[in-house]
Design a protein around this ligand. Structure first.
Ligand code: SAM
Length: 343
């Protein structure tokens, strides 16, 4: 009985990838942002409400901008390594290659359940336009996925930390000293908190120059949060990590405790209101009418973005790390205004 429940839950969690991919496809089709590759990963006529399209735009913008900043400020430090946990059908690697943020010496690894990586492998193999972006004509089949010079797609249960570390260190041969960025977008929520904690800790203790981007749900105990949890649990997903770290403060302390001295966290409402540039906001607000402003605010307050940095002091001087951190961080309009008025 326990196994049946576990299998059903695992399938429900995997279905969240489909949901995320359809949301991205719908936002792109409505003109919220550009992603020339997402249509290759969906076959749907579904539509999403303006609220969801706008939220998807903010989420993709926030993560992509942070990744691009990381790649910019680490340019002087040689090969960079990006690991996308629970990557689903995300197309970030292709978008970064198209914009030439990711070079031929860098490495991009995607991990997800084997059921997801096998399907993603099939789609990638079917589309030569994706091969040329990855700079290859041939792939090796590896661990329910595929691999070429700069890109590896691997099937694994992220709750098995020893297997994850084996795959990253021995199969992908990641270097512990190269600047490394981990992305986890809506993944830890579905994992047991102690297993997600082990991942956070594994990266900070294994890599000397490490950054983490986390995008998740939060505040499960207020009325909106309770309804949100109920809706997700009705789809068969358990949200164990959400109750273990239910606030922004708890999430920030979690990353500090597991080895990252520099951590910023903001709700997606703050990102939208204080960080996203006004011209971009005006552009997307003209795309579709959104009447439910209170629901929009509540929804965006229940998602957050965390990013952090740890660089060992035998790798870089503190002053250099502070400089890198400043070029990584988002500056909110309010902080900018404060700085402007004091200068
Ligand atoms: C909501 S989707 C997000 C996909 C992608 N990160 C994005 O933002 O579009 C969650 C993904 O995490 C994966 N996932 C969740 N728990 C996992 C685990 N224990 N091991 C491997 N993948 C997992 C799911 O299969 C799914 O693809």
């Amino acid at each position: 009985m326990k196994n049946v429940n576990w299998e059903t839950q695992r399938q429900a969690v995997q279905l969240t990838n489909l949901d995320a991919t359809i949301s991205k496809y719908c936002a792109v089709s409505k003109g919220y942002y550009s992603d020339p590759y997402i249509h290759l990963f969906v076959s749907t006529k579904e539509k999403r409400q303006p609220l969801i399209n706008r939220g998807t735009h903010a989420r993709v913008q926030a993560v992509q901008r942070l990744v691009e900043r990381f790649l910019q400020f680490t340019t002087p430090y040689g090969k960079r390594q990006i690991i996308n946990l629970g990557s689903g059908f995300d197309t970030l690697v292709f978008r970064l290659r198209e914009k030439e943020f990711l070079g031929q010496d860098d490495v991009f690894v995607e991990l997800d359940f084997p059921e997801i990586t096998r399907t993603k492998r099939q789609i990638i193999q079917q589309h030569p336009s994706l091969h040329s972006l990855l700079g290859t004509t041939s792939f090796q089949k590896v661990h329910d996925g595929l691999s070429c010079g700069i890109y590896s797609l691997i099937g694994v249960n992220l709750e098995q930390i020893e297997r994850v570390s084996y795959l990253l260190e021995k199969v992908c041969q990641l270097s512990p000293d190269s600047p490394t960025l981990v992305i986890s977008e809506c993944v830890f929520t579905y994992m047991e908190p102690q297993n997600a904690d082990q991942i956070i800790q594994y990266f900070s203790s294994t890599f000397s120059f490490i950054s983490f981007i986390l995008f998740e749900l939060t505040f499960p105990t207020d009325p909106f949060g309770r309804q949100m949890v109920k809706n997700i649990e009705q789809r068969g997903c358990s949200l164990a990590s959400l109750s273990a770290y239910p606030t922004l403060k708890a999430q920030k302390e979690r990353f500090i405790q597991y080895g990252y001295p520099k951590v910023d966290i903001m709700s997606m409402y703050s990102f939208y209101e204080d960080v996203l540039d006004s011209e971009e906001k005006q552009r997307i607000e003209r795309l579709e009418l959104l009447d439910e402003l209170e629901e929009w605010r509540l929804l965006m307050q229940h998602y957050f973005l965390l990013y952090c940095l740890k660089v060992n002091n035998n790798t870089l001087k503190d002053s250099e790390v502070n400089c890198l951190w400043d070029s990584f961080r988002f500056i909110s309009k309010h902080r900018k205004v404060e700085e402007e008025s004091s200068s």
